[in-house]
Ligand binder design. Structure first.
Ligand SMILES: [Zn+2]
Length: 394
């Protein structure tokens, strides 16, 4: 997997963010329900146009409360440009994503208004995963691999992932019981090059094993359908739309890597890269903490928007990659064996997931929010330059 760099980015000279706030005791939401209530209350208080998109429950065996992806539109409905900030594409990663959105709203009243630029905050694209502290949707699908054209009919066992499925999930046992299996897995990643190849094979997205990791699904998920409805309702009529999709779990602790699915030599990548002073990584170009993956929200966004669009992920690093992978495997193994495992083991898996994707560390969150401010300021700067002439006049 990627290098286990730790330590923080240099935040000594961030640009002036329009919403930059002094960070007062920031904290992560404690649950999906609390996060949702805070989001709706603050958006309503600020006069945003709030719309809730309900999700139909599809999973058997769960007695879930009403699940919804909630949207808050700031600015005029007809603004030329729209800046979308989305959280919780990967369920559990919404703790940090929603904290960024709440932080953004805290700074909203002091930010400059712009009649030609609107903002759309999308809370919990995958609310089921957020509710259950899982990365996947209620269908057991990695939503960020689900935006492909179905049906996909891979030859059984043909995906690179299939080679590793037993090691990753079927033969998994929590440590210390599973130490021999862990040693076998580690043997596949003894060098940085082999770790990189392993990461690419495992995380690219697979459409074969629904009991496996990074499963892209057999059909569009409920979250995909809701997301597409949100984009249709809000973004299709704009002259320019930008999607910032917030993630956690890959990269150095507290760092926030900007990731594009585009190859680095295409004009849109170069234009965005200039906005970020070159601080944009291409997963297609092999320079990102993320391997190249299929079916992402960002690529689908660009396909959907008829006018000028941009879409990047912002990935905040947490624990070393193998530790995050261990949490995902533990979680998947518990899910696959739910009928026979004691509740204490399932709780242990949940704690691992929280530690890997939503660290309870104020200093980490302060760095996340500072990086978020820096990135959003640069995006707004880029969008305003487009409005003044740039790409939309071509
Ligand atoms: Zn993610």
């Amino acid at each position: 997997m990627q290098s286990d760099s730790s330590g923080f980015s240099d935040f000594a000279h961030p640009p002036q963010a329009s919403h930059m706030q002094p960070v007062h005791s920031p904290r992560l939401p404690v649950s999906y329900a609390e996060s949702r209530a805070s989001f709706l209350a603050m958006a309503t208080k600020l006069g945003a146009s709030v719309t809730s998109y309900p999700h139909r429950p599809v999973s058997g065996g769960y007695r879930d409360p009403a699940l919804s992806t909630d949207c808050a539109l700031f600015g005029t409905a007809n603004a030329s440009s729209l800046f979308i900030i989305a959280s919780g594409t990967h369920g559990i990663e919404a703790y940090a994503g929603a904290a960024c959105q709440l932080h953004w709203m805290e700074g909203f009243q002091t930010s400059p208004r712009d009649s030609d630029l609107a903002w759309l905050l999308v809370h919990a694209v995958n609310p089921w995963g957020y509710l259950h502290d899982r990365r996947v949707t209620q269908e057991g699908v990695d939503l960020n691999r689900n935006f492909v054209d179905f049906p996909i009919a891979p030859a059984p066992g043909a995906s690179p992932y299939a080679r590793y499925h037993d090691l990753l999930v079927s033969d998994f046992q929590p440590l210390p019981k599973g130490s021999l299996n862990e040693a076998r897995l580690l043997a596949h990643g003894l060098t940085a090059e082999r770790r990189r190849a392993l990461q690419a094979a495992i995380t690219a997205g697979q459409y074969e094993r629904e009991d496996g990791l990074f499963f892209g699904g057999f059909a569009p998920t409920s979250s995909r359908r809701v997301w597409e409805e949100i984009v249709r309702d809000n973004a299709m009529h704009r002259r320019c739309a930008f999607l910032l999709d917030l993630h956690t779990g890959l990269g150095g602790y507290g760092e926030g890597e900007l990731i594009s699915y585009l190859p680095p030599d295409v004009p849109d990548f170069k234009r965005m890269s200039a906005w970020f002073n070159g601080d944009l990584r291409s997963m297609a170009g092999g320079e990102s903490v993320s391997a190249a993956v299929n079916g992402t929200l960002t690529a689908a966004f660009d396909r959907m928007i008829p006018a000028q669009s941009y879409a990047v992920g912002l990935e905040f690093g947490t624990v070393p990659a193998l530790k995050a992978l261990y949490a995902l495997r533990f979680d998947q193994w518990c899910h696959n064996n739910a009928a026979t495992l004691p509740a204490a083991l399932r709780d242990a898996a949940k704690r691992k997931m929280r530690a890997a994707f939503a660290p309870a560390d104020r200093q980490w969150l302060e760095h996340v929010l500072a990086r978020f401010d820096e990135v959003t300021a640069r995006i707004e700067g880029g969008l305003r330059s487009e409005l003044r002439g740039g790409a939309m006049q071509r």
